[in-house]
Design a protein around this ligand. Structure first.
Ligand code: ASP
Length: 408
């Protein structure tokens, strides 16, 4: 019994092994990507479907339970403001890092043929439409569409209503806690399948994209990944060190399972359950991470912002256009807004790239240059996205704890 216990690998190690195996098998299957897409990918899809299935009730009940356990409207407001400020500032820094690094390497970008390009941008969504879209008009639709922002709004309303009704009628809220625990348990069961999910998601991607990356786009990918890594190593390390007094090494080590899942699935929403688990292990409070992480999975996309900056410079350079400083500032603004509007699902960031390009008059067809390997950009940007969310949960928890201690 003892021995068997010892031999059991931790989930983090299992996920890491699954990643390495997935990449190796993917390389072996290069040239037979149809096989990987037909027989391996479906199991990854099953895993992601299960995650998507549990994530809506999980977010709904955990935010409600969070509001109830905070029991104080001021605390919810204080957490909300800190979270939004942190998300906006880190996203703006991310895009500045992306633009700077891309400009530094501009000379190394290949000159690609741009005459035969075709890409039709989706109709841009205005800021006002986005704002209106946050508020649900139907009780069940947000759940059917897995619309995270609408679910957050609904659960905040109901959470506050429960508090107010409860105060008057002296009710206790055990049933919300019970429902929350049930969905947390379901999530735990699904998370145990993560290694299989990681293997089946990464393997077909490597099998399909391996040869393409060896082509002329390798340099743009490298630049994007360099910016992703610099942003995480500098901004998040500094933030968790100063904001939460946590060693960056501890932070990244604790985050590794969620980061690998984000890398393999390219979906912030799909990584949410594992991200909640990792953040709480790192000391984020339950009620705070229940609010900060689902919100971050939808509106905080530092990696996506970096990607948009790098691609804007790359596409401009392919068309022989040099971006001016005012244009770059416009990109900082639009990419910050675009990343807020990006859904936490695979490929969403590329669609929003059209809005960034349009804002500075760059040809939208340029997206066709990078579309073929979007998944590889996406894996990195999603990893940055969810790490940023977790850093916020850890920091806001530490700040709130400090505030409570001061109050005595
Ligand atoms: N896939 C990203 C995410 O889920 C969004 C994007 O495409 O940039 O975080």
């Amino acid at each position: 019994m003892e021995n068997r216990k010892k031999a059991k690998l931790s989930l983090g190690v299992q996920i890491f092994i699954a990643l390495v195996l997935g990449i190796v098998v993917g390389i072996l299957l290069t040239g037979q990507s149809a096989f990987a897409a037909k027989y391996i990918k479906p199991f990854g899809t099953i895993f992601l479907n299960l995650v998507k299935w549990v994530v809506t009730p999980l977010v709904f009940f955990s935010i409600m339970a969070g509001v109830i356990s905070m029991r104080d409207i001021h605390k919810v407001g204080s957490v909300g403001v800190k979270t939004l400020v942190y998300y906006l500032c880190t996203t703006a820094i991310a895009i500045i890092i992306g633009l700077s690094i891309a400009n530094l390497f501009r000379g190394a970008f290949p000159v690609l043929e741009t005459t035969n390009l075709e890409y039709t941008a989706k109709d841009p969504v205005s800021f006002m439409d986005t704002l209106v879209g946050i508020f649900p008009s139907n009780f069940v639709k947000p759940f059917a569409d897995a619309n995270m922002l609408q679910i957050i709004v609904a659960s905040l309303f109901i959470g506050f209503a429960l508090l107010l009704v409860g105060e008057r009628k002296q009710m206790d809220f055990n049933y919300v806690e019970t429902l929350n625990s049930i969905f947390l348990k379901v999530m735990e069961m699904i998370i145990k399948l993560s290694p299989i999910g990681v293997f089946c998601l990464i393997c077909p991607v490597v099998a399909e994209n391996g040869p393409k990356i060896l082509g002329s786009l390798a340099i743009v990918l490298l630049v994007a990944y360099l910016a992703y890594i610099i942003h995480m190593a500098v901004v998040y390390s500094l933030a968790v060190k100063t904001g939460a007094g946590m060693s960056p090494l501890t932070f990244f080590k604790g985050m590794a399972p969620a980061m690998i899942m984000a890398f393999s699935s390219a979906s912030s929403v799909g990584t949410l359950p594992l991200n909640i688990e990792c953040s709480e292990k790192l000391g984020a409070d339950k009620d705070i991470s229940a609010f900060v992480l689902p919100l971050g999975a939808t509106i905080n996309m530092d990696g996506t912002a970096i990607y948009q900056g790098v691609c804007a410079v790359f596409i401009a350079s392919c068309f022989g256009i040099q971006l001016t400083l005012p244009q770059m500032l416009t990109i900082v603004l639009t990419a910050t807004l675009a990343s807020i509007g990006t859904a936490g699902v695979p490929g969403a960031g590329m669609i929003m790239l059209a809005m960034v390009l349009q804002s500075v008059g760059l040809p939208v067809e340029g997206i066709a240059l990078v579309a073929g390997i979007d998944r590889i950009f996406d894996m990195g940007r999603t990893t940055v996205n969810i790490t940023g969310d977790a850093s916020c949960a850890v920091i806001v928890s530490a700040l709130e704890r400090r505030k409570a201690a001061k109050r005595g």
